[in-house]
Design a protein around this ligand. Structure first.
Ligand code: PGA
Length: 261
């Protein structure tokens, strides 16, 4: 399992990924990683942490020898050039980052990121051998209007539609209903499972092997008190965790629960 993000050799497994967002300074990041490093990771569970850009290289160094992998929270679609403030995939790769979250709803809301751009970022990540963790999910209004399946279908088609089966099999998908992120509202176990099954069905257009291989994580106020139920669903392969990933005991409990699923 060590160092293995969605390689062909990996069996289907649970992933617990922590999205730290714009939290933790240098000393706090070091302390949190030190606390995570000593957690026991059950067989079959892959743990990923996504600190902010300034701390990625230090996180990779600090986690050397552990099975925890480091992801970035965003990347630019171009390899290099005059894009002030941006960070490219080769830059991430050069410091040992293995995966990258793309299309998070906060990137969409506050930075105007569209599925078209996200598709380019995914292509860049795959080209350089990093694992994209692609976030999709409907807003509250879209859920209330009964359009959630349609919205997620369109997101996936736009962002992932150009990938061939081999490329698609290296993607991790995170279903994150926007109304559940950081709100304390969580999708019910049934709501999560039916959307995950829908996403799996869309993936099966590329063959049953691809559909089986792509992990689909749930994200949105996933915490120790609701994770067991969410993780128990057939099509839920772990979680993308925001708030609860900032606290080592809570994140550790989520890792333990993933091991029991
Ligand atoms: P949350 O965030 O767990 O704080 O709701 C999840 C996410 O945004 O990835």
């Amino acid at each position: 399992m060590n160092g293995c993000v969605r390689s062909d050799l990996c069996p289907m497994r649970m992933i617990v990924a922590g999205n730290w967002k714009m939290n933790k300074d240098s000393a706090e990041a070091t302390a949190l990683i030190a606390a995570l490093k000593v957690l026991s990771v059950p067989e079959g569970v892959e743990v990923i942490v996504a600190p902010a850009f300034p701390f990625l290289a230090a996180a990779v160094d600090q986690l050397a020898g552990s099975s925890i992998l480091v992801a970035a929270q965003d990347c630019h679609e171009k390899s290099h050039g005059a894009y002030t403030g941006a960070v490219s995939v080769p830059m991430l790769k050069s410091v040992g980052v293995k995966a990258c979250i793309v299309g998070h709803s906060e990137r969409r809301q506050y930075f105007g990121e569209t599925d078209k751009v996200v598709g380019l970022k995914i292509a860049a990540l795959l080209e350089h051998g990093l694992t994209p963790i692609y976030c999709c999910g409907e807003s509250q209004e879209e859920r209330v209007g009964g359009r959630h399946f349609e919205v997620v279908t369109n997101q996936l088609k736009t962002a992932l539609g150009a990938l061939n089966s081999e490329q698609l099999s290296r993607v991790v998908i995170a279903y994150e209903p926007v109304w559940a992120i950081g709100t304390g509202l969580t999708a019910t176990s049934e709501q999560a499972q039916e959307m995950h099954a829908h996403i799996r069905e869309l993936l099966s257009a590329h063959g049953s092997e691809v559909a089986k291989r792509v992990p689909i994580l749930y994200g949105g106020s996933c915490k120790p008190d609701n994770a067991a139920e969410l993780f128990a669903n057939r099509d839920v392969n772990g979680g993308l965790i925001g708030g609860a990933s900032l606290d080592a005991p809570q994140f550790g409990e989520l890792i333990r629960l993933a091991g029991q699923a």
